[in-house]
Ligand binder design. Structure first.
Ligand SMILES: Cc1cc2nc3c(=O)[nH]c(=O)nc-3n(C[C@H](O)[C@H](O)[C@H](O)COP(=O)(O)OP(=O)(O)OC[C@H]3O[C@@H](n4cnc5c(N)ncnc54)[C@H](O)[C@@H]3O)c2cc1C
Length: 366
């Protein structure tokens, strides 16, 4: 029996579970280690904040998927990994040996620069924490006159969360304010000027205050490089991805930012029996954005390569699309589409996104 260990129930690992369920591989004993029985889907989080979805609709129950795949589910997280010894240590202290390992543990939020905010700080990731805390933020916005929420970071996630908060407040706490602080790099870096213009106009239309400046934190709020001081009751950090710190002690080859370096097969550069996909990996051969799209599309390749490694078959490569499609939810049932230089907006874009997201969730519902 070969021991296949899957760490993290992320987007790519869902494909691995599906492949194991349908291909009935012999000679493999598979285990999934992940902290929660539910995998939250970030694509629908802004819609949940805006009240379009229940939390139940935004999460995948991993238990039936694991059961159908014949995979043992361990609800814990990996705290250490000794890659040369092929052994993972869980938070509970349990040690798990493996022959082949698949890492899909996502990323955290790089929010250390905002730590002075103390308990006013709410990092966007981990999502489990955000889902748990957001209802209390909304309740405080309703109860406290002049409540001020600031979102720092204006990439796609920050923009969607700020607009979703603006919409949620307009319905439940009309006096509450939302401000979005984009860094010097501006609103939606990497997206076409047309997309940035559309989002800026929508932000203005919906009453979202925008600043383009570097923010530094105090216990009261934020001081911006343009001289503005923002008193804040809650600051959501959408300040970019952060690699899991424990990867540093694994013996795996990492890039400068601490992500697992992989080749086009999503195989570790240093450990041929270790694979990684999604936010936690960095491709050596191409620059790949940390987005769910790549985690999802790399999934079938990851699944093939794990089983091919067990059985000594040739591996497949994953070619990231050069221009992934982004559909940015804007609060109400309205969205902006961004695809290379092309962009569009409207209620129809939101229904298109809703259709894609719900179809994705249906693929993994029992
Ligand atoms: C608000 C928001 C909206 C977004 N919208 C989009 C979008 O529309 N389209 C898009 O392409 N991208 C979107 N993204 C980006 C997207 O969330 C990530 O790129 C995507 O989640 C990465 O998937 P993943 O499989 O790498 O990790 P994740 O989906 O984060 O899954 C990682 C899993 O690993 C588990 N885990 C973590 N640490 C451990 C450990 N030590 N041991 C075991 N398990 C562990 C976690 O609990 C989780 O289950 C959005 C992000 C945000 C914040």
């Amino acid at each position: 029996m070969k021991k296949l260990v899957l760490v993290g129930g992320g987007h790519a690992q869902l494909s691995v579970l599906q492949t194991l369920a349908t291909s009935r591989v012999r000679g493999v004993e598979a285990t999934l280690i992940t902290p929660s029985a539910h995998q939250n889907y970030s694509g629908m989080l802004p819609g949940w904040m805006a009240g379009h979805y229940t939390q139940e609709q935004c999460r995948i129950d991993l238990r039936p998927l694991a059961q159908a795949a014949g995979v043992k589910l361990v609800l814990d997280h990996v705290a250490q990994l000794d890659a040369p010894q092929r052994c993972a240590t869980l938070a509970s202290g349990q040690r798990v040996d493996y022959d082949v390992l698949s890492l899909d543990i996502g990323s955290g939020t790089a929010s250390a620069a905002l730590a002075a905010l103390g308990d006013k700080l709410l990092p966007i990731k981990p999502l489990d924490n955000f889902f748990a805390i957001w209802p209390s933020v909304l309740a405080r916005a309703q109860a406290q006159q002049g409540f001020h929420l600031v979102v720092v970071g204006a990439g796609a996630g920050g923009v969607e969360v700020a607009l979703a908060a603006r919409y949620a407040f307009s319905r439940a706490a009309p006096a509450a304010q939302v401000t979005l602080v984009a860094a010097d790099t501006g609103l939606l870096p990497g997206h076409a000027p047309g997309v940035q213009r559309r989002v800026r106009q929508l932000a203005q239309r919906f009453g979202l205050v925008l600043h383009q400046a570097q923010a530094s934190a105090t216990a009261q709020g934020l001081t911006l490089s343009n001289g503005q001081v923002l008193a804040a009751d809650c600051v959501v950090a959408a300040t970019g991805a952060l690699a899991a710190p424990w990867l540093a002690g694994t013996g795996l080859t990492l890039d400068d930012a601490g992500y697992v370096l992989v080749d086009a097969h999503h195989r570790s550069l240093s450990q041929p029996e270790v694979f990684a996909a999604g936010d936690t990996c960095a491709r050596q051969d191409v620059a790949m954005a940390r987005s769910g799209v790549h985690a999802v599309f790399a999934g079938p390749v990851l699944a093939h390569n794990l089983l091919a490694t067990v059985s000594g078959q040739p591996l497949h490569t994953y070619q990231p699309k050069p221009r992934p499609l982004y559909l940015l939810a804007c609060g109400p049932r309205y969205a902006v589409a961004s695809w290379g230089d092309w962009s569009a907006q409207g209620a129809w874009v939101w229904y298109w996104k809703n259709w894609i997201d719900r179809r994705f969730m249906r693929r993994f519902s029992a």
